[in-house]
Design a protein around this ligand. Structure first.
Ligand SMILES: [Zn+2]
Length: 402
């Protein structure tokens, strides 16, 4: 699935109508969740039951009926997604929190499937035809990206997202981006870290851009300004908007960096091994948390996987045990705390940068051991659109929104 994103240009009334559609999505999702909660212990609720419940809701609540029927179904699917994820975690006895589904308060998007959004033949306007009265909106984006070039049957979903700096539409296109990978004969292990963005098994490092740290002063100032404003005042509203926009900017910088770095890495290697760290566990370590979020490893790895699929090269995850402690030359265990940056082996005398040593171990593990598994997840991971992000060919759009 490829994602094409455009900014939407419309009137205030149209934006309000989009917000209303987004609220209906949340209403349906939460109602479905409530039904499931109430019925637990009884027969249980299936995905199909929720789909049928959509029709009931549309009958009982006229405002819900305004939303396109497929969009209503998609809202029920969201509830089911939360429920099934919870079930899966329970079934697999995943340690830690099971993620009991929660009611949503901050929904930001509405998803249409294949109906209710005729696209103008030149691909410059989209019209939303359901009862929410959103109407015709202009698409603003990279002129080189032509959504109209794809046959309509290939556009499987259309998602409208409300972000801090405006409204966006994402088209999910079912198409493969085939890239002929130029073999390089190089295999590499990478160690993602705090000091460097990553260190590879040849000792090369990519510097950490630390966007957040750079932007931190600005964010702090905006946060202070916000807290000084009177509650429920217009000025507070404005200050909150400024802050949200600054956060969005940092988020986009991060994603952009992760995507470009991943692309470079994948196109210059034939095999990539990485350490399968539980990022969430590491974030719990409070001292590291900010830097870890900053580096956005999770995003980086998922882009590496996605590019691995398009380039058709193996991306291998290895278990993280001992990768930093073992000596890559002789295999001896050399205990060291996180602050020790150099690996010095007392048995064989090898001296390496800590992360370089780890990267070598990661590659060796991937090549040797059966624990490593070929990642087969498609670019869907990235395409889920749950985060505000820079997509395949997004670029800065005009600043008309203010
Ligand atoms: Zn050694």
């Amino acid at each position: 699935m490829l994602i094409f994103e455009y900014k939407l240009d419309g009137s205030k009334a149209q934006y309000a109508a989009i917000d209303e559609a987004i609220r209906i999505v949340q209403f349906i999702r939460n109602k479905c969740l409530r039904l499931w909660m109430d019925e637990r212990g009884g027969q249980g609720i299936s995905k199909n039951d929720l789909q049928c419940y959509c029709a009931v809701l549309a009958k009982d609540y006229p405002f819900a009926a305004c939303l396109n029927s497929q969009a209503r179904q998609a809202s029920a699917d969201r509830a089911w997604f939360a429920i099934s994820r919870f079930y899966d975690k329970c079934k697999n006895h995943k340690p830690g929190k099971k993620g009991y589904p929660r009611f949503q308060h901050e929904n930001r998007s509405v998803e249409y499937k294949t109906t209710g959004w005729p696209l103008s033949p030149d691909g410059k306007h989209i019209t939303l035809t359901d009862g929410c009265r959103i109407g015709r909106l202009r698409l603003v984006g990279n002129p080189k990206q032509k959504i109209a070039a794809f046959p309509l049957e290939q556009i499987k979903r259309v998602r409208i997202v409300h972000r801090a700096d405006g409204y966006y539409v994402q088209f999910g296109v079912k198409a493969e981006r085939a890239i002929v990978h130029q073999p390089t004969g190089k295999q590499v292990g990478i160690d993602v870290g705090l000091k460097a963005y990553y260190t590879d098994s040849e000792g090369n490092t990519v510097e950490n851009p630390r966007h957040y740290r750079k932007a931190e002063q600005k964010l702090k100032r905006l946060q202070r300004q916000l807290s000084r404003k009177h509650k429920q005042s217009q000025n507070r509203k404005k200050a909150r908007k400024h802050l949200a926009r600054a956060h969005l900017h940092v988020q986009r910088q991060r994603e952009d960096f992760a995507r470009k770095t991943a692309s470079t890495l994948v196109s210059s290697h034939d095999l990539i091994a990485y350490e399968d760290v539980q990022i969430r566990n590491m974030v719990r370590n409070h001292h590291l948390a900010k830097s870890i979020h900053d580096a956005a490893w999770g995003t980086f790895i998922s882009w590496v996987k996605a590019y691995g699929v398009t380039h058709d090269i193996p991306i291998i995850a290895v278990a993280p045990q001992f990768t930093s402690q073992e000596c890559s030359a002789c295999g001896a265990l050399v205990k060291k705390s996180l602050s020790v940056r150099t690996h010095i082996c007392p048995s064989c005398g090898v001296v390496l940068d800590r992360d370089h040593n780890a990267a070598l171990n990661i590659l060796a593990k991937a090549l040797a051991c059966t624990l490593g598994h070929r990642e087969t997840s498609s670019s869907e991971d990235n395409a889920s659109g749950q985060t505000a992000s820079t997509r395949l060919s997004q670029r800065k759009t005009s600043k008309r929104s203010g």
